[in-house]
Design a protein around this ligand. Structure first.
Ligand SMILES: [Fe+2]
Length: 278
């Protein structure tokens, strides 16, 4: 199948308020692109929008949301989706992503990215909803694998097969979070390389890298620490399989000064270069 994914934008970061000024001044151009958290910019005016407009003058922007709740049985929030479309058009977002999860039901939002049951009926449900979203946005959506700490008794397939079925039948793209794959592989005891092998190459348009917390029996996806060694190793395997894919580091807690994240991003760059050459 011909690849439908866009060529790699290179190495980017999540745009965080702590780094706005550095990204515009002392470290302008230090990353190839920025990922903006959709929900922070939906309300017109104010400081975040002011900065996003300035950042957009220097960087390609992609939008990453947490509120779509594509897996829920509640109706899609059309007002939210229209807001996302307006934002994407306004900033000429290179792409729009959200998570393959549900965040609530019956109008209750738990603000958590809850895992899906990996069943055929859930595939059909999500495929139909992604179709609605893509029609409204006028573009393919990227969906991201979430980390999880439980699985459902009724699961009918492994996570990677669920992700592949959804991506191919909805004709959408994938944001593979390498840390989430690793975290879930430890929590559920599966082989993360089998996960990578199960994902169709031509649909992977973005990678996330992030840190997690080790609680002994479980790993928790906390985004508050540097990327862990096994995740770097898995990232190397991911590049070997998927080639050059737009890659970024997500950091949401204990946010260090920008140069520290740039050093981490240098490591991603160097792994990707040597992995592809191998
Ligand atoms: Fe992620």
């Amino acid at each position: 199948m011909t690849s439908i994914r866009q060529p790699s934008l290179g190495f980017g970061l999540g745009a965080r308020p702590d780094h706005y000024e550095d990204l515009l001044n002392d470290h302008r151009g230090s990353v190839a692109w920025l990922e903006a958290l959709t929900e922070n910019y939906l309300v017109p005016g104010g400081r975040p929008v002011h900065y996003l407009e300035r950042l957009r003058n220097h960087y390609p922007i992609v939008l990453h949301g947490v509120s779509l709740s594509i897996g829920s049985t509640d109706s899609l929030d059309l007002e939210y989706l229209h807001g996302v479309k307006t934002l994407a058009d306004r900033y000429e977002a290179a792409w729009v992503s959200d998570h393959l999860c549900w965040t609530g039901v019956d109008g209750i939002n738990v603000h958590d990215l809850l895992p899906m049951p990996f069943t055929e009926s859930a595939v059909r449900h999500v495929v139909q909803r992604i179709g609605q979203v893509q029609e409204l946005l006028g573009r393919r959506l990227l969906i991201e694998n979430v980390s999880s700490y439980l699985s459902f008794i009724g699961d009918e397939m492994p996570e990677w097969e669920f992700l592949r079925e959804v991506a191919e039948r909805a004709d959408c793209l994938l944001l593979l979070d390498v840390n989430n794959i690793y975290v879930s592989s430890v929590n559920h005891g599966f082989d993360p390389l089998a996960y990578l092998r199960g994902i169709p190459i031509e649909r992977v348009q973005q990678f996330h890298l992030a840190g997690h917390s080790n609680l002994g029996r479980y790993l928790i996806d906390t985004h508050d620490a540097p990327v862990a060694e096994p995740v770097w190793q898995l990232f190397r395997s991911a590049v070997e399989r998927f080639g050059q894919v737009s890659t970024m580091i997500e950091r949401d807690g204990n946010i260090p000064a920008l140069p520290e994240l740039l050093t981490e991003l240098d490591r991603a760059r160097s792994i990707a270069t040597t992995a592809e050459a191998a």
